[in-house]
Design a protein around this ligand. Structure first.
Ligand code: ADP
Ligand code: MG
Length: 702
């Protein structure tokens, strides 16, 4: 249960003072569900109101805070003119302008012959000083109400900065004193404030000296932000480490093989395994043989040969007398895997069953399921239908999950919660840099295939101006006449007004006109999965020659005959994404070409990015570069899922902290595995603070 010290911070955001039923949904969308989310909604900049010059000597076009004697009100004769108020100090006078103002309100705000303090942008107008709609106006006794440094927040229509600051102020004032969960030596070395002081500082920090007074960016590298980022990263790393330990301890089983099936398969292969494949197989094999539950990620580019590695693992399970299943993200991929694995297994005389979506009265399916249940069939491939209620295995020992995209930490927990003690191997073609594997897969061991199978042809990658679309289409026409097939990728279909986007639908229509409508297929994200699979299958079968698509083909099928990859508006894609798309072509033995079409003019950075892609096929190098240039959201697809995984930490900027947090988490659990010591109890608070509740539930009560 959440510790009571955190209750106020987890109050529903709509229950806070200043947020009613009308603003509730707006705040929810802008910051989140709870009061604590306001704390994580850190300022993006700060306005410096500390500049209080005498009027005569003031800099123009700068935010100033002035103490004025009010001498005169001049209501406008014409409603289009401003209401003017004249005030002065002992050096000069200033005219304060209000457009569409109510006189009553202003006479109360600016009583004549009294002193008021105003803060706003000071300008020169027709040889005089002026200020329009000051941000603050207070009687001189209340000058202290004007913040010297005013934080600027990300806002939304209906919520002003003033409103947000008002809601936030009492929360900051009543912040609980949380126990310190960080190591004293680390705090001393980094000279970090305590949590409470750091939160307050992060919301009230001053701009960097010498910066423009209007707003200056708050860099995420201030000491207080680093402390908070560290807290968040530590919570995450600790949670992952707890989950991993839990999975490791929870009834794994030793799947030891005698190597007989594996040897048979290897000698029947028409090729030799690469060094990387051997290494990965050895790592997986050792994991499976150990009594712990395996949780391993196999990373390798499209075409690096992950399937055979998975099959070797599956055979080890069979050697050990257990069953193994491979789960694919789509039905067509499952069918494709099934066909290929059947081919590989033929010389061994082994069968593999296929399980896809339910279709009633399917005798084949019924028979397959019966054989899984009685153990006469040891190998399975399918979609998530494999884990529907009516599917039972006699003794499932290994699950391989192909493509991790829809398979996050929660699913990993769920699958293992089925209590079968199965080993889990996840395969992904996303080249994820080490920084990100620590966060996205910190609970998993990792094997990487960095070498390519021999004889693979490099893909000829070219940059082409969109203006040459006509030539490109001519080229495609020649290629399909020779029997080749092509992928044609357009950026996502967006709402109407973004007319410069080459909408996939329009492109398909044009290509249909020029190349024959029957040759063209279209898949996009808004299609239902059945329609999508139908088109994909027609492409894989060769009836469709050109597959026009949004990026749905990322997790796509293998079509060895597809040797052309055309990407429109390549400048709008992430590098890692382009790299994966490119990998879809080049699955066969023929030379492949990838055309990256761009909209001129290309900026320096965009040009550098695309050029890099032309020069290397090293997915990990590309991913590192992508992380540097675009941040982690693009790589892990958090953009689509709405709120980013981290509220404060920025993985591109706080890498050093991530490494420390990773080591710290290991050390913490080694010393106090159930977090019951003094620091352990503080760390439990930290886990709740960052909503890593699932991890706390796995700890023994403290
Ligand atoms: P991935 O799943 O990593 O994208 P696959 O496992 O589908 O890649 O392998 C791509 C192709 O390379 C397949 O046709 C596969 O049979 C072949 N292949 C796998 N390993 C090797 C190897 N060591 N040498 C040659 N070809 C290989
Ligand atoms: Mg694959």
């Amino acid at each position: 249960m959440r510790p009571s010290i955190l209750f106020p911070l987890f109050a529903d955001i709509t229950s806070l003072k200043g947020i009613g039923p009308r603003l509730g949904p707006l705040y929810r969308r802008l910051v989140g569900e709870h009061a604590v989310d306001l704390l994580w909604h850190l300022p993006t900049g700060v306005v410096d109101r500390s500049y209080s010059p005498k009027i005569k000597y003031a800099d123009r076009d700068r935010i100033v805070t002035l103490t004025l004697d009010i001498v005169e009100h001049a209501p406008p004769k014409n409603p289009r003119l401003p209401y003017r108020i004249i005030g002065h100090d002992d050096t000069d006078q200033v005219t304060i302008n209000y457009f569409n103002a109510k006189g009553d309100y202003l006479t109360r705000l600016y009583p004549t012959n009294q002193k008021v303090v105003v803060s706003g942008m000071l300008e020169r107008f027709r040889g005089g000083w002026s200020m329009s709609h000051p941000d603050f106006v207070v009687p001189v006794e209340r000058a202290g109400d004007i913040p010297r440094f005013e934080p600027v927040y990300g806002l939304t229509e209906g919520i002003s900065g003033k409103m947000l600051r008002k809601v936030l102020a009492p929360i900051l004032e009543k912040l609980p004193d949380l126990p310190e969960w960080n190591d004293g030596a680390l705090l001393a070395r980094e000279k970090w404030l305590g949590w409470k002081e750091a939160v307050i500082a992060a919301h009230t920090s001053k701009p960097d000296a010498g910066k423009d007074s209007l707003t200056s960016d708050i860099r995420p590298l201030t000491s207080e932000r680093r402390r908070l980022a560290y807290d968040e990263l530590l919570a995450d790393q600790l949670a992952l480490a707890v989950i991993r330990r839990h999975l490791g301890n929870s009834g794994g089983r030793a799947l030891k093989g005698n190597g007989a099936w594996q040897k048979k398969l290897e000698s029947a292969l028409p090729f030799a395994l690469t060094g990387g494949q051997r290494q990965a197989i050895a790592e997986i094999s050792a994991d499976m043989a150990a009594p712990k539950r395996m949780l391993r990620l196999l990373q390798g580019d499209v075409g690096s040969g992950k399937t055979i590695v998975a099959l070797m693992a599956m055979l080890q399970a069979v050697e050990a007398g257990a069953q193994a299943a491979l789960m694919a993200p789509t039905e067509i991929l499952a069918r494709q895997h099934h066909a290929r694995l059947t081919e590989f297994l033929k010389p061994l005389g082994l069968e593999i069953g296929l399980v896809v979506g339910k279709s009633r009265g399917d005798d084949r399916r019924t028979e397959t399921l019966a054989r899984f249940a009685d153990g006469s069939l040891s190998l399975a491939v399918g979609t998530h239908a494999l884990f529907q209620d009516d599917v039972a295995f006699k003794d499932l020992g290994l699950v391989v999950v192909d493509e991790q995209h829809r398979f996050g930490v929660n699913q990993r927990l769920q699958l293992s919660d089925k209590g079968r003690g199965v080993d889990i191997l996840v395969m992904t073609a996303t080249p994820i840099p080490r920084t990100l594997t620590l966060t996205a897969y910190g609970d998993m061991e990792i094997s990487r295939l960095e070498d390519k199978p021999a004889g693979r042809q490099p893909i000829d990658t070219r940059l082409i101006d969109m203006k040459r679309l006509g030539e490109v289409i001519e080229g495609v026409k020649r290629q399909i006449a020779k029997g080749a097939q092509a992928y044609w990728v357009c950026p996502l279909v967006e709402e109407s007004e973004t007319s410069d986007l080459a909408a996939a639908t329009e492109r398909a229509a044009l290509l249909g006109k020029l190349l024959g409508a029957g040759n063209i297929g279209l898949v996009h994200g808004r299609m239902n999965s059945e329609d999508k699979e139908r088109v994909m299958a027609a492409f894989a079968g060769g009836t469709i020659k050109v597959l026009v698509a949004t990026t749905v083909i990322e997790v796509g099928v293998d079509v060895p005959n597809a040797t052309l990859m055309i990407v429109e508006h390549a400048e709008r894609f992430g590098l890692a994404q382009l790299h994966q798309l490119r990998g879809r072509a080049g699955r066969g033995t023929d030379k492949s070409v990838c055309l990256l079409m761009y909209q001129a003019p290309l900026g320096e950075v965009a040009k550098a990015r695309l050029t890099m892609l032309r020069e290397t096929e090293d997915g990990f190098r590309i991913a590192e570069e992508d992380l540097r240039l675009r941040g982690p959201g693009e790589l892990l697809g958090t953009r689509q899922s709405g709120r980013p995984e981290f509220r404060i930490a920025d993985l591109a900027l706080h890498r050093d902290l991530l490494d420390i947090a990773h080591d710290d988490a290991q050390l913490i659990l080694a010393r106090d595995p159930d977090l019951t010591g003094e620091r352990g109890m503080a760390l439990r608070v930290l886990l709740y603070l960052f909503e890593r509740d699932a991890a706390v539930r796995l700890l023994r009560a403290g």
